[in-house]
Design a protein around this ligand. Structure first.
Ligand code: GDP
Ligand code: IMO
Ligand code: MG
Length: 430
């Protein structure tokens, strides 16, 4: 059985949660490798809609192990709420089916304070973050002053590390942002209580995952965010602060690249982006609003309206290259059903020159305008389509064009948010 990375190939919200939920049925373990409560992965089952922030999208499948890896940054309050919500829906969540890395860093109140204050201060040059403290917690990780679960579950170690870090962060908060300092006792009390509740889940997850591989079990690695928000390969600085791409699966779990067999990319049949940053195939005006309404494109975490645009094969080819994507899951094809014309971006114009490769410079990308191909729509509902041969011919032509312009085959087609609205084109486990 292969070990698979499922990676978002655009700017997030591609439907990763929905695809991971589907294929988690066929694996033993699902592991999240980066991101934190900035992520919102939606799963729709039996009419219930559940949005997960930290917990892998395999948690609803009986008998599967869910792992939150060391690369994830965890807001313990949000995680505890998530556990309670899943339990209240009648699903099992306990230390047998959920493991939390002792090396995962903790999002602290000062991270959120700094994230929000910094965005306010940056004004029009802001990143448009989710305000969940993600940038500052990864900063602390790299600066070697972060607090990890191994500290949190040990009150003495937690007290020492919190004192040192808070002292420094309070200087920053008061001097740079002219805000009130945060109180040690309050944080210590709240967080030791969270630590106590989460302690049963905390373990060395790299050992858990490598043992599972040794026993012949298969692992599905679930990325949060999208590869174009990756801190190294995304549209920097308009990115998140971790490696959302496939490479993050190794550093974020402690599983070696030699153990990964396959990378599958998830892409929407069009494109969305939340927050600031270049987005060449963005559609403005009434059509942009129409796409948003048709696709219900509002952030799963913040509720912010998502910017919408056409499918961008230039960006996707780049994403597929840096992530080693061998096949695609295309989601939300049904959203385009009522449109009479549909476009695909197949190149960019930059200062009169035609670019067919995604530029590595964000400054260049900001000034690129897309070269679109226009295709006829199919104007038929897709909800009852059961196999690829029953798709309207224009929908098939559109998918063929996606495959031709990206050079990547489509393995899964999603035509609705619920579990049964899917067409498997290739059996990835064969
Ligand atoms: P993620 O962050 O990549 O997991 O994606 P989100 O959950 O933030 O956003 C995807 C949204 O699209 C969710 O509301 C899903 O329920 C919904 N969705 C996923 N696949 C499909 C699909 O094929 N068709 C439709 N109409 N909705 C879908
Ligand atoms: P999922 O996992 C879409 C975006 C923010 C902002 C940038 C940095 O649901 O796909 P951050 O709070 O991470 O410092 O914000 O990244 N962003 C997302 N956009 N979906 C997400 O998660 C995102 N997580 C972060 O909007 O532009
Ligand atoms: Mg999302």
């Amino acid at each position: 059985m292969p070990n698979i990375v499922v990676v978002g190939t655009q700017w997030g919200d591609e439907g990763k949660g929905r695809i991971v939920d589907l294929i988690s049925e066929s694996v033993h373990v699902v592991a999240r490798y980066q991101g934190g409560s900035n992520a919102g992965h939606t799963i729709v089952t039996d009419g219930e809609t559940l949005v997960l922030h930290h917990i892998p999208s395999g948690i609803l499948r009986e008998g599967k192990l869910s792992v939150i890896g060391n690369g994830v940054v965890v807001d313990p309050k949000v995680l505890l709420e998530e556990i309670e919500t899943i339990k209240s829906l009648g699903y099992k969540v306990d230390e047998d089916n959920l493991k939390l890395s002792d090396g995962a860093h903790i999002v602290m109140p000062y991270h959120k304070e700094i994230d929000i204050a910094r965005e306010e201060r940056m004004g029009s040059s802001k990143i448009g973050t989710t305000g969940r403290g993600i940038g500052p917690v990864y900063e602390d990780k790299a600066a070697r002053r972060g607090i990890r679960f191994s500290d949190l579950i040990d009150p003495e170690s937690f007290s020492v590390r919190l004192k040192a870090t808070l002292e420094e962060r309070n200087i920053y908060i008061t001097r740079v942002f002219e805000r009130n300092p945060l109180d040690f006792d309050r944080i210590y009390e709240d967080y030791t209580a969270y630590g106590k509740k989460l302690k049963p889940f905390v373990t060395d997850t790299s050992k858990v995952l490598n043992d599972a591989i040794s026993q012949g079990k298969s692992i599905l690695f679930e990325g949060a965010q999208g590869a174009l928000l990756d801190v190294d390969f995304g549209t920097y600085p308009y990115v998140t602060s971790s490696n959302a791409g496939a490479g993050g699966a190794c550093t974020g779990t402690g599983v070696s690249p030699t153990k990964i067999d396959l990378v599958m990319g998830v892409a929407k049949a069009y494109t969305t982006r939340v927050g600031e940053g270049p987005f060449p195939s963005e559609v403005s005006g009434d059509l942009g609003v129409k796409l948003r309404e048709l696709g219900n494109e509002y952030g799963s975490t913040t509720g912010r309206p998502r910017r919408c645009g056409w499918f961008d094969s230039v960006a996707l080819r780049y994403s597929a290259m840096v992530n080693g994507v061998s096949g695609l899951a295309i989601t939300k094809l049904d959203v385009l059903s009522s449109l009479d014309k549909i476009k695909i971006s197949v190149g960019y114009r930059y200062k009169g020159e035609l670019l067919t490769e995604f530029p590595s410079s964000t400054e260049v990308l900001k000034h690129c305008t897309p070269v679109f191909e226009e295709m006829d729509g199919w104007q038929k509902e897709l909800h009852n389509v059961k196999d690829i041969s029953s798709l309207p011919s224009n929908a098939r032509l559109y998918l063929d064009r996606i495959e031709e312009t990206t050079g990547i085959p489509i393995w899964i087609l999603s035509i609705g948010p619920s579990r049964e609205k899917v067409i498997f084109i290739k059996d990835i486990f064969s």
